[in-house]
Design a protein around this ligand. Structure first.
Ligand SMILES: Cc1ncc(COP(=O)(O)O)c(C=O)c1O
Length: 356
């Protein structure tokens, strides 16, 4: 395989910068399981404060944050309301079913966003001997499957009212919560105020090699610690990686605006390629989905042609839809090079596509 020079596959494709590596090398460390790692303790305090929650816990991944939150909030047989595009449904290997024994009630949202009325209509009757117990509303900020859409504050609050009315727990997958904060201008703690639990992924956009931080009430985090141990997520000298997280909070949040501007630029350039369908005005953060079916060339073929040049333009979800993400390790100039290469690949492949 060619060395990938330009990687738009994911905002996890970043490498720690020299500054981040220096912070990691110099981190003070201790035993995280005993809550004695000073750097991890500083990181969780910072994230709890950023998200306006009482407490937080450091975990190896975002998937583990979702898994533990579901485990704390739900019992076997409970039902979780979330959008049909949710990461927990499609990309966590059935984790909600396997680890928490829950059912998922997928909502038919628009670009990953469903309404309070949809959630309200999905809540099951209580005290029924037939239905699962509705227990949790779970949203994803931003919505990855929706194309990086930011949940409007009114909708987040309205869903909070539904949760309160029906005594449901309320969780926010915050893989790209800081993208939402920067993209909307709403403070992270205000975004997270209505939910019981949320988290930040340090490896998406923020440029860290490992880690995510789950936040909630003191009681929620005390329970989360039990599952962290059971799921194998309790660590030792985790200060080495927590230091990267602190560095990211100090250096890599405000700059997400640059990724968002680059994503809009990418979409604008893509829209000029004949046969590619994308609306640059719809891009809210760092994710761009685009339909290549009008080019007559299947997405996996375009993907392969660019990979041969060391350019990974993203994932091909199917024959029509491609996905590209902007991040810290990809510049505006590289995006322009990638789009040029894509336009050329479409041209080169067209005669073949027509002939077949
Ligand atoms: C919306 C969303 N939630 C959860 C995750 C899982 O995070 P991790 O890869 O850190 O386990 C991802 C990762 O891509 C994601 O995009």
């Amino acid at each position: 395989m060619n060395q990938v020079r330009i990687d738009l596959y994911s905002d996890t494709s970043t490498r720690p910068t020299p500054g981040m590596r220096k912070a990691m090398a110099e981190a003070e460390v201790g035993n995280e399981q005993a809550k004695e790692d000073p750097t991890t303790n500083r990181l969780i305090e910072r994230v709890a404060d950023l998200l306006g929650k009482e407490d937080a816990v450091f975990l190896p991944s975002g998937s583990m944050c979702n898994a533990i939150a579901y485990r704390v909030h739900c019992q076997q047989g409970d039902e979780v309301i979330c959008d049909k595009t949710a990461h927990v449904i499609h990309y966590e290997v059935g984790g909600p079913a396997a680890l928490s024994g829950v059912m998922i009630r997928p909502m038919d949202g628009v670009n990953g966003i469903f309404t309070a009325a949809q959630a309200e209509a999905a809540v099951r009757p209580v005290n029924s001997n037939h239905h699962p117990r509705t227990r949790l509303i779970s949203i994803e900020q931003t919505s990855m499957g929706g194309g990086g859409t930011i949940w409007p504050q009114e909708t987040i609050r309205a869903l909070g009212q539904v949760a309160k009315k029906h005594k449901l727990a309320y969780h926010m997958d915050g893989a790209r919560l800081m993208n939402a904060a920067i993209g909307s201008g709403v403070k992270a703690k205000d975004i997270a105020a209505p939910v019981d639990s949320t988290w930040l992924d340090l490896t998406k956009g923020l440029g860290c090699p490992v880690g995510a931080v789950l936040a909630g009430s003191k009681d929620f985090i005390a329970q989360a610690w039990r599952w962290k141990h059971q799921f194998g997520g309790a660590m030792r000298q985790s200060g080495i990686i927590a230091a990267a997280g602190i560095y990211a909070l100090d250096h890599n949040i405000e700059r997400l605006a640059e990724d968002h501007a680059n994503a809009k630029h990418l979409a604008t350039l893509l829209a000029d390629i004949p046969g590619i369908k994308v609306d640059p005005k719809a891009i809210q953060t760092n994710i761009v989905f685009y339909d290549v079916s009008g080019t007559g060339v299947p997405a996996p073929e375009l993907h392969k042609a660019l990979m041969a040049q060391g350019i990974r333009i993203g994932g091909a979800r199917d024959a029509a839809i491609m996905r590209s993400l902007t991040h810290l390790d990809v510049s505006k100039k590289q995006i322009e090079e990638a789009v040029q290469a894509l336009a050329q690949a479409v041209k080169d492949a067209r005669p073949k596509a027509k002939a077949s």
